[in-house]
Design a protein around this ligand. Structure first.
Ligand SMILES: [Zn+2]
Length: 235
């Protein structure tokens, strides 16, 4: 059985019990977990598992592996308690939602798609197909994003059958068709009225919870590739 990813349905759950299904050098696989595994531009959570510090979380095959410091490691079949470091996780949720707001704003204003991105707690970069960047882009995009954050839009997470998702115009724009055909159900993160994407990350409940953003730097990464670096600050 693949590890159940609790955070896909509840990003606010930080404590859980789970059964150890496999153990290897310094790492533990569980039947369920609230720890986010690195992926989709969002880094892993940290925290504690069975009293040991969790330093890394990765998917490998069907299981989520939690690298822990010290020992002894729990044994296969043991029930263990996990606790996610909420400060780091919540900062990553704020950051991830801010990036989706940025994507929505840039699409609505300039009809330019995103090409990639990465985040750390409260700082991130995202690349867009601008060529060149519009005049006055930095202050303008910062203002547009902060207006959407202050509007406190709700964020809804849902699960759609693949056949429904591939017909949705907003999801087509964000390349839902690239998700492997073997995935029967698509998780959709909808910042209502602004941005809708197939996404496996953790998000806050409303855009107001993000705070504000500041555009730190704009970089030219070549033709049709302009990088926006931003930080998230309290409102
Ligand atoms: Zn995302």
């Amino acid at each position: 059985m693949p590890t159940e990813l609790i955070y896909l349905r509840d990003a606010y759950l930080t404590e859980f019990d789970a059964v150890v299904v496999d153990v290897r050098d310094g790492a533990v696989a569980l039947d369920r977990t609230a720890f986010y595994a690195t992926g989709g531009g969002q880094p892993n959570d940290t925290g504690a598992l069975a009293g040991l510090a969790v330093t890394d979380v990765r998917k490998d095959g069907e299981h989520v592996w939690h690298s822990v410091e010290g020992g002894p490691l729990p044994a296969i079949g043991d029930t263990v308690h996990g606790q996610v470091d909420w400060g780091r996780r919540h900062d990553l949720m704020r950051t991830h939602t801010a990036l989706h707001v940025l994507c929505g704003v840039i699409w609505n204003e300039w009809r330019v798609p995103v090409t990639g991105g990465n985040m750390e707690p409260l700082s991130a970069r995202m690349d867009f197909e601008f060529d060149p960047l519009p005049e006055g882009f930095g202050p303008r995009v910062e203002q547009l994003v902060n207006t959407e954050l202050a509007a406190d839009r709700p964020i809804e997470v849902s699960f759609l059958p693949r056949s429904t998702a591939v017909m949705d115009e907003d999801l087509i724009r964000t390349k839902v068709s690239l998700i492997p055909e073997s995935v029967p159900e698509i998780r959709v993160v909808d910042i209502v009225g602004l941005d809708k994407q197939a996404d496996g990350g953790t998000h806050v409940r409303t855009t107001g919870e993000v705070g504000r953003i500041r555009v730190v730097k704009l970089e030219n990464k070549g033709k049709g590739n302009k990088r926006v670096r931003l930080e998230i600050i309290d409102a």
